[in-house]
Write a protein that binds this ligand. Structure first.
Ligand SMILES: [Zn+2]
Length: 452
């Protein structure tokens, strides 16, 4: 059974956009990308669905999320000027007020938002990876779920590492063709050096993907460089013996073996030229989260330099607690405008285009997750992960160039169809695999509990 999806514009990302075409899908794969006429001749028996004034694009890849925290959208606004207080309120609410089912519902709700936004694949960092993986399976998206590990106290490193190993064994049983697990030592300030080394070795031996938050805040820089600041005081107050490495985050992660795993690193804001070279040399990848970085006043990551260095880079929404939406069109637009609003425009090597940021949101993310052979572009033989975006809105017309219209004029709400591995997970205004009304009612309950 073959289905042809036609539209006014086809934006394969791996090749130039073209007009009046479509893609033919058989089971989970794209079997052809061509003009309407050619597809009609090639597949005369196919069911044809025509979306008219719209663009067919590869499914968007959200390279950094925390789906379990979807219930905390707008919950931490009063703590935003103090990241330490922000993390503390989040952690206490998460641990003391949310049940496993609450976390599952929260993750499913985040995935409904993603499906409606044309996102077909997420890289999710989770302390409740079991719930996140189950939520992915329920909603039908593709994803990598990284089980988080915490433990700043070296005396507990072995015990914390053993807990992680047990969890990974259980998570591997939940894996499917679409949903895989990985590991995430949370951050350099929440996981001690010896635990980082154990996790790095385990990751290599088990051939698991690894993601980690890195170089996100100046507090982290002060802790690693000088052993000072709020994070250092916090560790001292807990009686934890913190050995200051006197290095940047990136050099510290190299020293502890993390970069040998070719990790996916979220944020990478506070990095210098030598760090960027190290990231390139080690094959590390970056999840660029420009809106979250700005919302929490963490700074601006040097995106054009990452790209110039050839580092595989994707776009991440981060949790909606610091965004507050999962909208990769908005994220791409913001990434582009932010890169242009500094001094970058003076350097012709660092000017970004609409094509560059659409690439980040699709193929770049797929490459950062090690999936670019299967997803991230519209090409024969690839998995049928794609989205159809209406370009017929008042805010979009006229459309001279579809990529410009997608990046500068469009948002998640313009998506009309989302397909993962040939299955329509969002169509006709509804997420197809879960009951959104039930989830909406549960989200209300959870938010009442959190704000009580
Ligand atoms: Zn994060």
């Amino acid at each position: 059974m073959t289905t042809i999806y036609n539209a006014q514009w086809i934006v394969p990302v791996s090749t130039e956009p073209f007009a009046e075409g479509g893609i033919a899908v058989s089971d989970s794969r794209i079997v052809a990308v061509s003009t309407r006429e050619t597809l009609g001749q090639q597949f005369p028996q196919a069911e044809v669905r025509d979306f008219g004034p719209a663009a067919i694009i590869p499914g968007l890849v959200n390279s950094h999320s925390h789906l379990e925290l979807t219930a905390m959208r707008g919950f931490l606004e009063n703590e935003e000027n103090d990241f330490f207080a922000w993390l503390k309120k989040l952690t206490i609410a998460r641990l003391e007020r949310m049940t496993a089912d609450d976390l599952n519902v929260s993750a499913q709700w985040g995935l409904c938002e993603a499906a409606r936004a044309g996102v077909t694949c997420v890289a999710d960092a989770s302390d409740a990876a079991f719930e996140s993986m189950n939520a992915l399976r329920a909603v039908g998206l593709r994803g990598l779920v990284f089980q988080e590990s915490f433990g700043p106290d070296p005396r507990l490193a072995q015990e914390n590492f053993a807990k992680l190993q047990t969890k990974i064994t259980r998570l591997r049983e939940l894996e499917t063709a679409l949903v895989k697990c990985g590991v995430s030592p949370h951050a350099p300030y929440t996981v001690c050096g010896p635990q980082l080394e154990m996790i790095a070795q385990f990751t290599l031996a088990e051939e698991l993907p690894l993601m980690m938050h890195a170089a996100e805040t100046l507090m982290e820089v002060a802790l690693l460089r000088e052993g000072s600041g709020a994070l250092a005081d916090g560790l001292k107050n807990r009686g934890i013996d913190w050995q200051t490495p006197g290095l940047s985050t990136i050099q510290y992660l190299k020293q502890r073996g993390i970069l040998a795993t070719r990790p996916l690193l979220a944020h990478c804001i506070h990095v210098d030229g030598a760090d960027i070279e190290t990231l390139g040399e080690t094959g590390s990848k970056i999840a660029h989260c420009p809106k979250s970085n700005s919302k929490l006043s963490h700074g601006v990551a040097p995106l054009p330099k990452f790209l110039k260095q050839g580092i595989a880079t994707g776009l991440g929404s981060d949790s909606v607690a610091s965004n507050n939406v999962c909208d990769l069109f908005e994220e791409a637009r913001y990434a582009l405008l932010l890169a242009r609003s500094g001094s970058a425009w003076k350097n012709p090597d660092t000017v970004l285009s609409v094509h560059d940021v659409l690439q980040l949101a699709t193929r770049g993310g797929a490459t950062a997750l090690g999936m670019s052979e299967h997803v991230g572009a519209l090409r024969e033989g690839m998995q049928a992960d794609f989205a159809i975006v209406s370009l017929n809105g008042v805010h979009q017309i006229p459309v001279y160039d579809p990529v410009s219209a997608l990046i500068f004029s469009s948002s998640a709400r313009d998506v009309v169809l989302t397909v993962v591995a040939g299955r329509e997970v969002y169509r006709d205004g509804r997420v197809t695999n879960v009951d959104e009304d039930r989830l909406r009612a549960r989200m209300k309950e959870i938010s009442e509990k959190l704000s009580a």
